[in-house]
Ligand binder design. Structure first.
Ligand code: PMP
Length: 284
């Protein structure tokens, strides 16, 4: 695999960063994951905008322009011959050659890394047909989940708890209501209404979420942005998640209770189809 590190395209085993990098020592970094379908980037603009917002919130320098970033994404797709898959991008605050809680001076060069992950046929994931099972766990992350930082230990623990329970993912709960999945936004469906938590510091502002809600409105569905409980979700007609790498994925079981008929529902299936069609058309 050819990866990108600070302006250079390199074989992956030649890409090296300092042990003093604050991404490594302090999780002082942000990231984005953009899907590639048919060799083209899905919602690049949304990811570029959210990246800038994450960097601004953390007073971190952007080492690249939007146009250069697009070029690097495209070049990696080409060099690695990616048809379907993902591009991972990470920017950290870099290193001033020592460990210190205070940020290093503004002229410290950030570290920027991009690499590809091939996922042939990712849009035809079998899970879209079977649906996924989730458990609920307490949300024990920090309070600025709207910033897409690389502090992913708790979501990673959540994924392991789900696996140990024979499930696919965990929905996190705070003050009695679902915040989101470990790496996705969470939704329930009641009749023609889609219910999902409103944007705040408590959840990541999903790029797929924004697109799916837009397509749902265009398809005459109703949207309620509000918190919901696990009990409400278990009694809903349908449940699903969204993320850049899973698109729209039905959830058929929550803490052992079947949602609706216990099989993927029509609303999630329709939204998945619309999302994939429209995103492919607009891909860069
Ligand atoms: N919430 C969390 C906690 C996530 O990690 C992700 C994916 N990175 C999402 C939601 C979905 O965001 P997006 O649609 O932009 O991939």
């Amino acid at each position: 695999r050819t990866v990108y590190l600070n302006g250079e395209y390199l074989p992956e085993d030649e890409a090296k960063i300092s042990i003093f990098d604050r991404g490594f020592l302090m999780a002082d970094g942000v990231y984005e994951v953009t899907s590639v379908l048919g060799g083209k980037l899905i919602d690049f603009e949304g990811h570029a905008l959210r990246l800038q917002r994450s960097l601004d919130e953390l007073e971190m320098q952007h080492p690249s322009s939007r146009d250069d970033l697009l070029e690097v994404h495209r070049e990696l797709v080409r060099l690695n011959d990616i048809t379907d898959g993902m591009i991972y991008l990470q920017i950290t605050r870099g290193s001033a050659g020592d460990r210190d809680f205070a940020y290093p001076s503004k002229d410290t060069a950030p570290t920027i890394v991009l690499f590809t992950q091939a996922k042939p046929g990712m849009a035809d994931s079998p899970m879209a047909k079977t649906g996924m099972k989730v458990i609920s766990i307490a949300d024990q992350r920090w309070g600025r989940r709207d910033i897409k930082t690389v502090q992913l230990l708790y979501p990673s623990m959540g994924k392991m708890m789900a696996k140990a329970a024979g499930c696919d993912d965990a929905w996190m709960v705070e003050d009695g209501a679902v915040t989101e999945g470990t790496s996705n936004n969470a939704y329930i469906v009641k009749g023609n209404t889609i219910i999902t938590r409103q944007l705040s510091h408590e959840i990541l502002h999903g790029i797929t979420r924004a697109a799916v809600l837009r397509f749902a409105l265009e398809a005459q569905m109703k949207i309620e942005e509000r918190p919901f409980t696990i009990e409400e979700a278990q009694g809903a007609d349908e449940a699903f998640i969204t993320s850049a790498s899973t698109f729209v994925m039905p959830v058929v079981e929550i803490d052992g209770a079947a949602v609706g008929a216990g099989t993927p529902g029509p609303v999630a299936a329709r939204l998945r189809e619309i999302y994939l069609d429209e995103s492919r058309k607009a891909a860069l």
